[in-house]
Design a protein around this ligand. Sequence first.
Ligand SMILES: [Zn+2]
Ligand SMILES: [Zn+2]
Length: 346
Amino acid sequence: MLALRWHGRRDIRLDIVDIPAVDRPIDVLLAVEACGICGTDIEEWREGPIAIPAEFVQGEAQRALVLGHEFCGRVIDAGRDAPFERGQLVAVEVNIPCGSCAACRDQRSNNCPSVVALGLQDNGGLAEFVVVPASSCIAVAESVDPRVLAFAEPLAVAVHAVSRINLQPRDSIAIFGAGAIGLLLALLFRNSGHSVTLVECLAARRELASQLGFHVIDTELAGQKRAEFDACFEATGNPSAISDAVDATRPGGSVVLLGVSTRDLGLSAWRLVEGELSLIASKSHTMKDFAEAVEALVSGAIDVSAFPLELFPLEDALLAFAGVMAQPDAYVKRMMVALPLMGTNG
Ligand SMILES: [Zn+2]
Ligand SMILES: [Zn+2]
C-alpha cells in the first residue's frame, strides 16, 4: 500500500509498504477514507521530531512513521474481540492510552503517561490502510461524509479546551488564531451563545472568519485590548499572542493555552498575579471529548461545510506539504487527503 512516512526533518516520503496485519483480537484494519493534514504535521516536517519519539530518529531500530492523526476509515478486517462489521465507517480517536493508570481510571486519558498518538508516535492515517484498536473507533451512519468526519480530531481539541474552564453564559471570549482550531472553537461558542472575537494576523484567515460570520480583528489591534474579555483561548502558540491574550483578559479571568510551541513564554509571574489570572493549559482530548465531537459533526450541530478544503489524493500528499512551505501565509484552506473509493461496498 501507499503510505506517507516521516523519515526525518524535511524528509517525508511516499513509500510502498506492506498492508498492516490485524495481530491482536482487539484490533481492526481500516481502509482510510479521509485524513486531514494540520499544522502539527507541517511542524514535524519542518522542525521535527517534536512529538515524534527519539526511537524514530536514532539507534539501530530507526524506522519511518506513517503520519496522519485526523482520519476516519472503513472496517476491512476485525479481530475476534472487535465488535465491528466489515464495511462500517468509523471515526478514530488517535490517542491510545494505557487504560489502567491513575489518569486513565480518572477519565483523563490525555494525561496518561503512556499515551500513544497514532500519526505522531505510531503509524497513522496518511496511508491506504491502518490498524487501530477497536476501542478507539466510533461507528457512524453510512451517510456521513468522511471529509466531515475527519474534522472530529481537531474539533475534539476545541471541545477539550472549552471543558477546561467553567464559563458563565454571559462571558465574553477572545480566540487568538483563526486557523481550523480557532474557527472550530468559535463555532462551539456560537452554539453556546457566547460573544466571541477572533484575533488573527493573516488577512486571508480574517477574511474567511468574517465570511463564516465571526467578529475578527487584526492582531495589531489586539494589543489595544486591555482587560476586555472574561476568557481568552490562545490557539497559536506564539509567545506574543500569549502576551496579548494575558493583557486582553479581565482581572480574575482565564487564559487557556492550546497552541503548541517550544518557545519560551517570556511572561513574568507578576503579570498573572496582578490580574489574578488563571493560566490553564489544554492538551489534546479524551475519548469523551472525541465522542462529543463526532456527535456534533454527525448531528450537524457543528457544520463544517463552509470550511474550504483542498483535497489531495494520497499519491499527491507531498504536494500539500510543499505548497505550505512555498507559501505559508497563503494557506487558509484545510488540506485533506481523501480516498473516496477505498473500501466502499465492503
Ligand atoms: Zn492535527
Ligand atoms: Zn494510562
